[in-house]
Each structure stands twice: as structure tokens, then as C-alpha cells.
Design a protein around this ligand. Structure first.
Ligand code: GDP
Ligand code: ZN
Length: 325
């Protein structure tokens, strides 16, 4: 039988088959993933093959194979152990929720996120939330950002989760796909998901499950079916999108508008800094590339990512988890 992992508790997995049956499964023996040093062998979103073991009264599936992942996102330890935890896999689309000033979302945060999405190979859409609160200056700021990002090719949407504006177009983008929602704490992720699916109430569910188990240290990603042929992966405790290690020369490949010019740079390993005849710098001087994008690029290149790393987690729970060792 074949199915998708909807939930993982570390030792057992809830798998849903393509004919909509749920099974509790365990891993049969050990299997290793090629090239990934991760603390968990299976993650939510994985497509697995399993067999039912009916020697006991309880029907337990034995997972014997994991199908190739189209993509996966990881949480990396900030310490030196180089251990990664796979948060989720096979994600079709990720929505980055942005608010102009409540809380502020910086272009540096947006760009780091987009670079990561590009590196993971996951389509990203920018969703400006709380438009019901925008004054003229904020509207202008939003329009400017929309101009910058839609020129590069990123789809931008405007919604009000509270005022239930733009929700239908957002649902349309999610049809038939596995989605994730990201963004700073307080941008309105839970409100938005509740506006789309009032019965789901993610936050409530997470809290009640935690108190039921009496544990607060670990939270697991979980997949949910929505009523309109869409699925979302909820990642409680993780607000961001993981970190990908990148070589310096590789970073600009994840800025699509830089990548498009790369061939025209004099040097094929051009870092678009001080090199002569750099097509990216030329485009920047001609205002064909946004300065904010270039500034974000330099920040990533220089490894000035501390703020981004901190922003990834909504509290010190995960961070302290990682620094304890
Ligand atoms: P999360 O941390 O991203 O899940 O954010 P929440 O969904 O908890 O929202 C944070 C706060 O923003 C709450 O007080 C929400 O009521 C408020 N909020 C969310 N969406 C909107 C919106 O579209 N308009 C307004 N005015 N407030 C919103
Ligand atoms: Zn260059």
C-alpha cells in the first residue's frame, strides 16, 4: 500500500492512503536517506510504501520504502553538530505572510525567505495581510513591494484575514496542492487559516494536544485536509522556513533576476561585488534591479543572518532545544 505521512510522533507515523484511509505505521528495519544527515528518517509529506502486519489485533503498517522526495525543508541546529531535522517534504507551494508595520516585515527577511524557497525548489507567493489597516503611506509601501516582487516573477496577493477579503483567491491558489504558511509571529497566519477553514482552528488544537501529553519541548509538523481540496502543513513552533547552506557563488542563483544576467558577467564565478563588467551591478546602476534586493544579497553573502535565524522561531523553546547540547 502507498500513502502520505500526515503526522509523525518520532516513532510512529499516521499515513493516509490514496483511497483516504488512515493507518498507524512504523518503520520496518532501518533505511537511510542518501546524502542527508537527519535526526528523523521520515517527515510529514513523505510518500511511503507499507504493508499491514496483522499478527496482532491492532493493525499496524510496516513502512518499507520511502519514495523520492520532490523537495524537503529542514531545521538545522545552530550548534556545530551539523544535524538536521526534516520538518516536511513534498510541498507544492509556500505563502509568505507579510504585514507592512504590525509587525514590520523587512525586505531583508522577505528576500532571505525567497532565496531559501528557491534553494528548496518550492514556489513562493507573497501575501500582504491586514490590508484593512493600511493608511495611505502603507498602501504606497505595499504597492512598491508588489511592484518589485511581481517584476521578478513572484505572485503577490492582498488579503485581510480578519475582514475576510481576498480569501477566495487565496483558496484558489491552494486547490489540489500541499501548502505551507510562513511569516513573523503576529502577521495573522492562524487568523488566515481559520478564515479559510473555521472548523480547523489550528492553534487551539496544538495547545490542547500539548497539555494532553504534558510536554512542551517538541512540536511536530502535521498535515491537514481542508474542505476545498487543499492540504496544509502546520509547523507549530517554527515560524520560518529553515536554513539552507549555500556556497557564495551559488547565492545569486537564487535571486532570479540576478541569475538571468549571470551569463553576461565577465567572470563566470562573478560574485557581483567589485568585479569588472558585472551585468548585475550594471543593471543595479540602471535601476533594473531593486537596491533592497542587492542589499539583501550582500547580507546573505556576508553571512549576516543572525536576525533571520532568530526570526525563524517564535520563542526560545526551539532555540534552547538546540543550544542545550
Ligand atoms: P500568527 O502569529 O501569525 O498566527 O498571527 P495571529 O493569527 O495570531 O494574528 C495576530 C493578531 O493579528 C491577532 O490579534 C489577529 O486578530 C490580528 N489579525 C490577523 N489578521 C488580521 C487582519 O487581516 N486585519 C487586522 N486588523 N488584524 C488581523
Ligand atoms: Zn556579476
Amino acid at each position: 500500500m502507498t500513502g502520505i505521512v500526515y503526522k509523525s510522533t518520532g516513532s510512529s507515523y499516521t499515513v493516509k492512503t490514496f483511497d483516504n484511509q488512515f493507518f498507524e505505521c512504523r518503520i520496518k528495519g532501518k533505511f537511510r536517506m542518501k546524502g542527508i544527515k537527519s535526526t528523523n528518517p521520515l517527515a510529514v509529506g513523505d510518500i511511503v510504501d507499507f504493508e499491514l502486519d496483522q499478527t496482532t489485533d491492532e493493525t499496524i503498517g510496516q513502512i518499507h520504502n520511502i519514495q523520492d522526495r520532490k523537495n524537503y525543508i529542514v531545521r538545522k541546529s545552530v550548534n556545530l553538530s551539523k544535524q538536521t531535522h526534516i520538518i516536511a517534504s513534498n510541498i507544492d507551494i509556500v505563502f509568505l505572510l507579510i504585514t507592512i508595520n504590525n509587525p514590520p516585515t523587512t525586505t531583508s527577511f522577505i528576500d532571505r525567505f525567497l532565496v531559501t524557497a528557491e534553494a528548496y525548489g518550492i514556489e513562493a507567493i507573497l501575501v500582504f495581510n491586514k490590508i484593512d489597516t493600511y493608511d495611505e503611506a502603507m498602501k504606497e509601501e505595499q504597492l512598491f513591494l508588489e511592484f518589485v516582487y511581481s517584476q521578478i516573477g513572484y505572485k503577490c496577493m492582498k488579503v485581510s484575514a480578519l475582514g475576510k477579503e481576498g480569501i477566495e483567491s487565496l483558496k484558489n491558489e491552494m486547490l489540489g496542492k500541499v501548502s505551507m504558511f510562513s511569516g513573523h509571529s503576529g502577521v495573522g497566519k492562524s487568523t488566515l487559516v481559520n478564515a479559510m477553514e473555521p472548523t480547523l482552528n489550528l492553534k487551539t488544537k496544538v495547545i490542547s494536544e500539548q497539555s494532553k501529553q504534558g510536554q512542551h519541548t517538541t512540536t511536530f509538523a502535521e498535515m491537514y485536509d481542508l474542505s476545498f481540496d487543499a492540504r496544509i502543513i502546520d509547523t507549530p513552533g517554527i515560524k520560518g522556513f529553515g536554513i539552507v547552506d549555500m556556497q557564495p557563488t551559488e547565492i545569486s542563483d537564487y535571486f532570479p533576476e540576478f541569475f538571468a544576467l549571470k551569463e553576461q558577467c565577465k567572470f563566470n564565478n562573478c560574485l557581483h561585488k567589485e568585479e569588472p563588467n558585472c551585468a548585475v551591478k550594471k543593471a543595479l546602476d540602471e535601476n533594473k534591479i531593486a537596491w533592497s534586493r542587492y542589499a539583501s544579497y550582500l547580507k546573505i553573502l556576508e553571512g549576516d543572518d543572525d536576525h533571520y535565524r532568530q526570526d525563524l522561531y517564535n520563542d526560545d523553546r526551539v532555540a534552547s532545544d538546540e543550544t542545550r547540547k
